[in-house]
Design a protein around this ligand. Structure first.
Ligand code: F3S
Length: 754
């Protein structure tokens, strides 16, 4: 569907020379990850290898994908860049805002009404700027990307952590914040810390009840939720080649659950089959022409311990099906041990609901193997003890499985199909009775199982497994059930056993779809009007931030001196605020409400120097803004850690905070502040944090000489008239100083485009 074959051919045309040059320069054989990353450098090849886990490197990704929740602010910002089209092929996917309640068609209609203004905006802004729009009901971003856009050796970013799913088709695909998407769409390079590399060698072959999901559940058990941080996981070996392309996607998808930057597999026949089955024979042909560059050099996989920072080996012949959980995806339990573990830990044994599908496990293979189990329920006269729900990943999958009679099979066991959307995977599941918060167990084939994630009930014990295992468990209704060894009693009182799942890697009659739900952008979108209702409380067009007046900031008041941890969640809380993500002024009412005030140890209670009264942080800041008085935020160590949420930098900027001075920054947040035209500074002497008092006024003494590598002096005037002059450091380079001068990075781009 409108994938850009010319762009892909260009990547492949340049790849051999780039790989060869890199190999020469680095003087060693290359992993697949290195080939893809070095082939996408924004700058010239360095004279020596980048230091893994240390060097910050600029890249030019090939694509951008955005989901509807994060796309709103990203596109509102992109509109500020003054571009007529996104610089790289980009898509928006309406998948996160659909609530699963009574079934696909009703739920979809409800969402179309309740989210109308958001959908109208996303549709029109995409149409205008050359961005593909996948309408509500078209499917979940990562499944749609795998079916349509992912390509071996490509590099993409997406505004969702499970963007990594596209590694199943041999990409380096990375989840980012909206601001990063804006940069790439505006034609700016994108920065990433050069990752460390974890190699996972797969030997043997999956058999019986084991599925690709069990590989990543096992890896999660080994590496834990943090073990992949800052790393790319590269899978290889005979076992890897034996997996389907979509199975590889499942494994890469859940790389997010071990904190990995991304995961990937080398190009092989399973990928070629998938490309051809999804109507992309020309991509397969193009990939075949540069095959050897779309996998690691043979020496790497022959001696992996020499080339990876960490190596894991898994023998698929011996791998058991797993269920991971509850409450964390790295608590891995082989199915043979589940009964014992559940009893020991007091996990409710009765399974209430089994859910399959989502972006993680929606392939034809997943669904057909699950259906082979569901079919046995009817054949063997078994009545499913648990409820059963299916969330197809895309309309193409839904249409195909319906055409092939698989939905009928699920219906016979009492299954219910939800819309092709995130639904129960992201708490958008209006589950009957969840509000009673009863202790209960569910099993699903999604990726995350943190408390409240599926239905909002903190007492729902969610376990993650392969879709075929989930189907069997829903039939048995018992967490202690092991389909490999255990029997069930059917409606006639007979003892029966489930046979191993069987299925098809790809649909024997090919994929089908009537309306995939894709809206191609206008060829020339300059006349397209972007629809934003001025009365909307969810969307607001952005006004460019004012440029710097070239003067020292003086008479700025302290807004808050934050104590201890101040993450992006403290600065811009999520939860109920998510619905305002496209409305900067409304979401700014959560600014810093989670930060602890150093002077009273309370949150959201700071002193206004205008009135002497204590009030909420956003309201206090609005008071300063109205009076035209600049303010300063002071913080502790690692200020702004957490997500890459750009709102945490935009909100203070919008409300008139001029500078953030801290002991140290989380790097992404520091960059986000710079992009929004804020001053992000660190105390040269950390102890100066203690000098800052509640009624302080800040005077910048030499900001008019702002230059790279030059410290800035700030005078603190205390309430008693005494003064301290402190030195602050900054990491602005010349380009970033230009952002500051222009008022924001986007203002500068716009100026340059004019
Ligand atoms: Fe959606 Fe869940 Fe995937 S929220 S994108 S189905 S991880």
């Amino acid at each position: 569907m409108a994938f850009d074959i010319e762009m892909i051919k260009k990547v492949y045309a340049e790849m051999p020379a780039k790989v060869e040059q890199t190999r020469k320069q680095l003087g060693k054989p290359l992993t697949l990850t290195e080939k893809i990353l070095y082939a996408h450098l924004a700058d010239n090849l360095p004279t020596s290898a980048y230091e893994r886990g240390n060097s910050y490197v600029n890249f030019n990704p090939d694509r951008v994908a955005m989901q509807d929740a994060t796309a709103q602010m990203a596109l509102l910002q992109f509109m500020q860049a003054g571009k007529s089209k996104a610089a790289v092929p980009s898509t928006v996917h309406a998948d996160h805002l659909i609530q699963a309640k009574v079934g696909a068609s009703t739920d979809l209609k409800t969402a179309e009404v309740s989210n109308k203004e958001v959908y109208d905006f996303l549709s029109s802004v995409s149409n205008r700027y050359g961005i593909g729009f996948w309408k509500p009901g078209a499917g979940i971003i990562h499944q749609v990307v795998l079916e349509n856009y992912a390509f071996p050796g490509g590099m993409m970013i997406g505004t969702d952590s499970h963007t990594v799913n596209a590694g199943g088709l041999g990409m380096i695909a990375i989840g980012v914040g909206g601001a990063d998407a804006v940069d790439v769409m505006a034609g700016m390079p994108w920065e990433l810390k050069f990752p460390k590399l974890i190699g996972v060698k797969l030997t043997g072959k999956l058999n019986g009840w084991t599925a690709p999901k069990d590989i990543i559940l096992k890896v999660a058990g080994i590496l834990t939720v943090k073990g992949g941080t800052g790393c790319v996981v590269e899978y290889f070996g005979e076992g890897a080649k034996s997996l389907s392309c979509t199975g590889k996607g499942t494994i890469c998808n859940m790389g997010a659950e071990i904190g990995a930057t991304t995961s990937t597999f080398g190009y092989d026949e399973s990928m070629e089959r998938y490309l051809r089955a999804t109507d992309r024979a020309d991509v397969a042909d193009a990939a075949n022409s540069v095959k050897e560059h779309l996998t690691a050099d043979p020496e790497v996989y022959a001696n992996p311990e020499k080339y990876f920072d960490e190596l894991i080996e898994i023998n698929l012949d011996e791998l058991e099906p797993h269920l991971n959980g509850p409450f964390t995806p790295d608590r891995a339990t082989p199915i043979s041990k589940m009964k014992e573990e559940a009893e020991k830990n007091g996990w409710p044994l009765k399974i209430e609901v089994g859910l399959i599908g989502s972006c993680t496990n929606s392939s034809y293979e997943d669904i057909s193997r699950s259906a082979s189990i569901a079919e046995q329920a009817a054949e063997k006269n078994l009545k499913a003890k648990g409820e059963f729900k299916i969330t197809p990943g895309s309309e193409q999958v839904r249409y195909t499985i319906e055409r092939d009679g698989l939905i009928d099979v699920f219906n016979k066991m009492g299954g219910e199909v939800f819309a092709n959307a995130c639904g129960p995977c992201i708490g958008m599941w209006a589950r009957t009775g969840a509000e009673k918060q009863e202790k209960n167990t569910i099993v699903h084939s999604f990726n995350r199982n943190f408390a409240k994630r599926a239905d909002g009930n903190p007492n729902t014990y969610a376990f993650v497994g392969s879709p075929e295992l989930v189907t069997a468990m829903a039939i048995a209704g018992d967490l202690g059930f092991n389909p490999i060894t255990d029997t069930l009693v059917n409606e006639n009182g007979e003892t029966v056993k489930l046979d191993e799942p069987t299925g098809y890697e790809l649909p024997p009659q090919g994929f089908g779809v009537e309306d995939a739900g894709y809206q191609a952008p206008a060829e020339d979108g300059s006349d397209v009007e972007v629809v934003v209702n001025p009365e909307s409380d969810r969307l607001q067009l952005l006004t460019p931030f004012a440029p710097w007046d070239g003067k020292n900031i003086s008479n700025a008041k302290l807004l808050i001196k934050a104590k201890g941890k101040c993450t992006t969640d403290h600065i811009s809380m999520a939860g109920p605020w998510l619905k305002f993500r496209g409305h900067l002024d409304n979401i700014s009412n959560n600014m810093l409400i989670g930060g602890v005030n150093f002077f009273n140890d309370e949150t959201n209670k700071v002193k206004s120097q205008l009135t002497g009264e204590y009030g909420e942080v956003p309201a206090t800041q609005r008071g300063y803004k109205e009076a035209g008085i600049p303010t300063v935020v002071v913080g502790d160590h690692n200020y702004g850690e957490g997500s890459s949420r750009e709102h945490a930098a935009m909100e203070p900027r919008h409300l008139g905070v001029r500078a953030v001075i801290v002991k140290s920054f989380a790097r992404i947040h520091e960059t986000n502040l710079k992009k929004q035209g804020m001053l992000g500074l660190t105390f040269a002497n950390e102890a100066d944090y203690d000098l800052v008092q509640e009624d302080d006024t800040f005077n910048f003494l030499d900001l008019d000489q702002f230059a790279p590598g030059k410290t800035l002096s700030v005078e603190l005037v205390h309430a008693d008239g005494s003064k301290d002059v402190i030195t602050t450091n900054h990491t602005y380079n010349q380009q970033q100083i230009e952002w500051f001068k222009a008022g924001s990075a986007l203002n500068l781009i716009k100026k340059q485009n004019a």
